[in-house]
Structure formats: C-alpha cells, structure tokens
Ligand binder design. Structure first.
Ligand SMILES: [Zn+2]
Length: 58
C-alpha cells in the first residue's frame, strides 16, 4: 500500500491537503510530510509504549 502511494500517481486521489505537504487520499490513506512524519512516528511509538505491547526481538 505504501508502494502504491509513494509513486507520483497520487494527485487525483487526494482528498485533503495541508499547506505543509501532508495529505489524505480519497480512501482515507494519510501521507505525512517529512517534518510531521517524524513527529507522528514518535507519537505512535509513545502510544505503543503506553499499550505495553511486548516486543519480539529476532
Ligand atoms: Zn505536515
């Protein structure tokens, strides 16, 4: 799914686009700009830690 939207063919599918570069597509896929991507990754990481999920280390 990531593959699909990383291509340059997303234009027509954008539903909402923010001035920073983040956008949401018609099928509710979010693509974040570089600065927000980093922030959101941290947020997601924090959420996972809060959920106390067990990590599997290979
Ligand atoms: Zn953004």
């Amino acid at each position: 799914m990531d593959e699909k939207y990383s291509k340059v063919t997303i234009e027509g599918d954008k539903k909402t686009e923010w001035i920073c570069g983040c956008f949401q597509t018609a099928d509710n896929y979010f693509k974040f700009c570089n600065s927000h991507n980093q922030t959101l990754q941290k947020a997601i990481q924090a959420q996972i830690d809060e959920l106390d999920m067990t990590r599997v280390i290979e």
